[in-house]
Write a protein that binds this ligand. Structure first.
Ligand code: RAM
Length: 353
């Protein structure tokens, strides 16, 4: 008995610390005049006063800050416009152990809606399923948990995001040489799905060889460290694809140092603000992303329609997402934001996110 408890102690300690961190690191934006819990209806039949929790993979990642915030026009801005309350909360690390306590805390606080970017497609499921069983609307955005949500808001076609990163790199390295991938967490649904399509696309480039995939966990020091390790281990590396805004920035910074500059090209998914410098210095001439604020905004609208029972998630149903206009639900209870943008020296200066 005592031995079992002893063995369980480290686990309990980790959970406790994770809960405390999650509790300490949440930020809230509240709309004025929305005090009820989703009881009243607007003229369009959408509920007001819903308690919505926006739960990114982790806090402190600029991509999610843009996707979620009121001032960027993200999810919380949409919730304010709809007369509901939006609270952004998560853990500090992009891991299930860090994110799950934040989801549990949101449920305990009386959430009507959870909007979640999943750090793992299965580890979150017991918690998300228990939320759904309580009548809470569960919407994933950015990174899916396919078997335990009502609706997924996808940033762009998964296959297009994967294949276009390979095509971009191929153009820049003359379709030749060893390449590596600097991903986010090994469990991340979105990165793993994109990497699956990258591998398929690489079959079209017989002279490009994927030698290694390393994981920076969407943590800048870790991403820097694994990029350095990759470059040291494969001194002939010609290109790096990093399908994560945190990873691509770290990779571009490492490759900008004299040891690697001019030898390796970086591409992947990055924010224009963070990548401008590396477009200018030639380390990352082109990269891809969508508008993160629009992703959050769309997820919030879809979630409120869902919680108001105006849509059920069935394919073919439509709804109007405020300034973004009309969307049609596709297969597998999924909504697509739209095609991604390729950024390069001709347009990167026109964007400020
Ligand atoms: C990071 C996260 C996020 C991903 C972007 C591109 O910020 O991993 O999930 O969509 O990169």
């Amino acid at each position: 008995m005592r031995a079992t408890f002893k063995r369980a102690l480290p686990v309990i300690a980790v959970l406790l610390v994770a809960s405390i961190l999650a509790a300490c690191s949440s930020s809230t934006t509240t709309t004025s005049g929305s005090s009820s819990s989703g009881s009243s209806s607007s003229s369009g039949g959408l509920k007001k006063g819903l308690k919505v929790f926006v739960i990114p993979k982790n806090l402190g990642n600029n991509y999610f800050t843009t996707a979620d915030s009121s001032k960027t026009g993200g999810a919380i801005a949409a919730l304010e416009a709809l007369g509901s309350t939006g609270t952004e909360t998560s853990g500090t690390a992009a891991t299930p152990a860090s994110q799950i306590p934040a989801i549990q805390a949101a449920i305990a606080k009386g959430a009507n809606v959870l909007i979640v970017s999943a750090t793992d497609p299965t580890a979150l499921c017991p918690t998300l399923k228990s939320a759904m069983a309580k009548g809470i609307t569960v919407v994933t955005y950015d990174s899916d948990a396919p078997t335990c949500r009502d609706l997924f808001i996808n940033q762009a076609s998964t296959s297009e995001i994967g294949t276009s990163q390979v095509d971009l790199l191929a153009k820049e390295i003359n379709s030749t040489g060893e390449i590596g991938i600097v991903s986010a967490a090994a469990t991340a649904t979105n990165q793993n799905a994109w990497i699956g399509y990258m591998k398929q696309q690489l079959a079209k480039y017989p002279n490009m060889k994927l030698v290694s995939i390393v994981y920076g966990n969407d943590d800048p020091p870790t991403a820097t460290q694994v990029t350095e390790g990759l470059l040291e281990k494969y001194p002939n590396l010609k290109g790096i694809i990093s399908p994560t805004t945190v990873g691509i920035l770290a990779a571009a910074q490492v490759v900008s140092t004299p040891k690697w500059k001019g030898k390796v090209i970086v591409t992947g998914l990055g924010t224009p603000d963070e990548m401008k410098t590396y477009v200018a210095n030639g380390v990352a001439p082109a990269f891809i992303l969508w508008n993160p604020a629009n992703l959050g905004y769309l997820a919030a609208y879809a979630a409120v329609y869902m919680a108001s029972k105006k849509i059920t998630g069935a394919a073919g149903q439509t709804f109007t997402a405020g300034k973004l206009g009309k969307y049609t639900i596709g297969p597998d209870n999924t909504v697509l934001l739209g095609p991604p943008t390729v950024f390069n020296s001709s347009n990167v200066g026109n964007f400020n996110f």
